[in-house]
Design a protein around this ligand. Structure first.
Ligand SMILES: [Zn+2]
Length: 162
C-alpha cells in the first residue's frame, strides 16, 4: 500500500470508503467531491484524534470491490494501514495519505543500524550517527527492516546536493 501526501481519484470502483481525521478529510476533499459529483456510492468515517477509533469492524462490513482512502497523521498511518491490510485491502484497493510531521527510519548500508530522521530526508544525504558514514537516503523501503535503505553517498563537492 502506497503512502502518499496527496490522494488521487481511482475510477470505476463499486464503492469509495474515506477514513480520516479532520485534516485528512480535508486532504481527501477533492476526491470526495468528485465521488459525490459522479454519484458513486461512498461512506465516510471520521477518526477521532484522541480516541484512535478501531476501524477494523467498519472495514470488515464493507463489500468486495470497495476502494479505501485512509488519511491521518504520518505517525498513525502505519497502524491504520496494517489494520486495513489485515482486513484484506491490498495495494490496489487502498491509498494511504499522510499529513503532519513525518519520521522515517533509515537503514545504514555499512553498520546495519537504524536512524530516525525526518521524512524530508528521502533522496537527501544524512550522516549515520552510528558509523559516521555519509548516507544517501534512497526511496527504497524495506519492509523487513521497516526502513528506507541508506547507501554510501558519492558526494560531489559543490553540487548543491546537501
Ligand atoms: Zn552506519
Amino acid at each position: 500500500m502506497k503512502a502518499l501526501s496527496q490522494p488521487s481519484f481511482v475510477p470505476n470502483k463499486r464503492k469509495y470508503l474515506f477514513c480520516g481525521d479532520e485534516e485528512g478529510m480535508e486532504r481527501l476533499s477533492p476526491v470526495i467531491q468528485r465521488v459525490q459529483k459522479e454519484n458513486h456510492s461512498y461512506q465516510l468515517l471520521l477518526v477521532d484524534e484522541k480516541e484512535g477509533k478501531d476501524i477494523s469492524h467498519w472495514l470488515q462490513n464493507q463489500n468486495m470491490g470497495s476502494y479505501l482512502y485512509i488519511a491521518v497523521e504520518w505517525n498513525k498511518l502505519k497502524h491504520l494501514k496494517k489494520v486495513a491490510e489485515d482486513q484484506g485491502f491490498s495495494v490496489d484497493e487502498a491509498q494511504c495519505i499522510g499529513h503532519g510531521a513525518r519520521f522515517i527510519q533509515v537503514f545504514c548500508y555499512k553498520c546495519h543500524l537504524k536512524t530516525v530522521v525526518s521524512g524530508e530526508s528521502i533522496k537527501q544525504v544524512i550522516d549515520c550517527p552510528h558509523c559516521h558514514l555519509t548516507l544517501s537516503v534512497s526511496d527504497h523501503y524495506s519492509p523487513l527492516h521497516d526502513s528506507y535503505l541508506g547507501y554510501p553517498a558519492t558526494i560531489e563537492k559543490g553540487s548543491g546536493h546537501a
